[in-house]
Write a protein that binds this ligand. Structure first.
Ligand SMILES: [Zn+2]
Length: 318
């Protein structure tokens, strides 16, 4: 991992200064839900910009990657501002957030982020090509000081005080190839790249017709999603035996990016999804007694913080 990825060699998420990318990078592909073709270009942005989408097909109209712009959350997270839509933002945002990219313009010429291979790995590769550039302004973390929990039936999600950024996910699907899977990970560039980035989105054949009827997954293929039949995986092999929960953790991180600042907290998701993730973020930001803002210079653990302490269930066969 060293050498060719020199610009990304430090764990930027734990550095006290803001980062942008080193140079513009591009990718193109179809959207999972709309099947529209789009071109994506990441462009360096100055300190204090945040992560901002720019619709180049609409005179560069800006939509900030912030929970206040969340429009619709069912099978993907969509942003909308003044009627301008941006769909399926979560995989790209997960890559940017985990790699510690505070400021970047995401230029896109259509309404949905390309799904590429269904994971965040192509976006990680874009960031490796772009490199990271440190800016002069200090990074401000959102540090959770009181817990918050949100639930909907047996689905729930909670956020708790922690000195670092940890994500814990649990899924339970009545399917012989999935079942119950759980993962807890300390999120940084290294752990994300190694444990979560390549985990692909997935879908069940039994949902296929219903989703199509709702105008969803029109760009879905066996190349950009794991597809599950009644009792098997149609397009195996999987990249991890527990690729499903790893992808859920990836989605969660992408939705937490909508906080707009790096996070110091532990987030525990139990059978949650985009709707609960974004509800949690909305309620967290609405109640300033739940968190404080802190710069890294006051945080001793930012000096010599361990690079990785991921707790991952051992793969069944590896
Ligand atoms: Zn996803």
């Amino acid at each position: 991992m060293a050498g060719s990825q020199k610009c990304l060699a430090t764990s930027a998420l734990n550095m006290p200064f803001q980062f942008t990318i080193g140079r513009p990078v591009e990718a193109a592909g179809v959207g999972l839900h709309t099947a529209v073709q789009s071109k994506l270009r990441l462009v360096p942005a100055p300190a204090g910009t945040g992560i901002v989408f720019r619709r180049t097909d609409l005179d560069g109209f800006c939509v900030e990657a912030h929970v206040r712009n969340v429009a619709r959350v069912s099978y993907a997270t969509s942003l909308m501002k003044q009627g301008v839509l941006l769909s399926t933002t979560e995989h790209l945002l997960a890559a940017l957030y985990s790699c510690g990219v505070d400021n970047v313009f995401i230029e896109i010429d259509n309404l949905e982020v390309p799904i590429l291979d269904g994971s965040a790995q192509p976006f990680i590769e874009m960031l490796q090509r772009a490199g990271l550039r440190r800016l002069r302004r200090r990074r401000t973390y959102l540090k959770v000081v009181r817990p918050l929990e949100v639930s909907d039936g047996d689905r729930r999600i909670g956020i708790y005080p922690h000195e670092d950024f940890l994500v814990s996910c649990f899924v339970d699907y009545a399917h012989p190839k999935v079942g119950r899977q759980e993962i807890e990970i300390r999120v940084n560039r290294d752990s994300f790249g190694r444990e979560l980035a390549t985990a692909r989105t997935f879908g069940f054949m039994s949902d296929f017709e219903g989703l199509r009827a709702m105008g969803l997954i029109r760009g879905g293929t066996l190349e950009n999603a794991i597809v599950l039949s009644a009792d098997d995986i149609l397009n195996g092999p999987v990249r991890f035996p527990d690729e499903f929960v790893r992808h859920k953790a990836l989605d969660l991180i992408g939705d937490l990016a909508l906080i707009g600042r790096p996070l110091k907290a532990r987030v525990v998701a139990h059978k949650a999804g985009h709707a609960l993730h974004t509800q949690l973020v909305t309620r967290l930001l609405a109640d300033p007694t739940l968190w404080t803002e802190t710069t890294a210079e006051t945080e001793r653990e930012d000096v010599g913080v361990p690079v990785l302490r991921a707790v991952v269930p051992a793969p069944a066969a590896d």
